[in-house]
Write a protein that binds this ligand. Sequence first.
Ligand code: NDP
Length: 257
Amino acid sequence: MYLEKLRLDGKVALVTGGGQAIGLASVEALAEAGAKVIIADRDGAIAETGRDSLKAKGYDVDIAIMDVTNSARVNEVADEVIAKHGHIDVLVNNAGIARSMTPAETVTDEHWLNVIDVNLNGTFWCCRAFGNHMLKAGRGSIVNIGSMSGFIVNKPQEQAFYNASKAGVHHLTKSLAAEWGARGVRVNAVAPTYINTPLNAFVKTDAKMYDAWIGGTPMARMGEVEEIASVVLFLAGDAASLMTGSVVVVDGGYTCW
Ligand code: NDP
């Protein structure tokens, strides 16, 4: 009875930025649970590589080339998914950029707007486009990838733009959950700590920063993509049927200190 609630047979799911790292692991988790999954990434080569790696594991996933900052394209892909599959049940808003290590007083307009555009605006365009179809169907589950940076200020790297964008994602999650809760659409978020992905590659050349990250983490390690994907899977399906507006912190204890 309980394990069955994690199953997503017959469901259709789309993961933005799904071609690699946390997104790709989430695609695999959803596919393993039985969903038909679409990788939506801005880079066709990354999307294809992700799809091929899952094909090798026996999962037949689709791809859509989509930049989340392009709301017209997001609407188009949402319509295409409905035309092809008839419904969309799960949306994972994972696409995000960091562009860390820039002190606030030196941030350019372009830098600020770019991070907000991908992380916050892009998340909203996708919630709006796919959420409309979910609302019409009276069911759906949206999982936004926020960050512990939406709760705390990371150190030592400066990234006010990123932290603000992720705090925005968390409150957007709660706002949409409140608006859509009675209409069958749940909206939750995951707030990860530092995860081993290309987004964090810059720390590999900075032992001092790495030590600060690990020293600030009770579990004394970074996370792995699978440790976020399993929480995405939980939130996506009926195992989390009473959850909406939750921001689930998955941080090895980082926000305890
Ligand atoms: P990666 O950079 O490894 O992967 C992100 C994916 O999103 C890439 O395929 C990237 O494509 C794609 N992407 C970027 N911009 C867009 C866009 N405008 N439209 C569509 N796709 C886009 O990131 P992670 O897996 O590390 O992070 C995934 C999410 O998790 C992000 O939202 C991030 O903020 C969040 N997060 C990550 C943490 C970490 O420590 N890694 C910690 C906390 C939160 P391309 O390569 O072409 O840019």
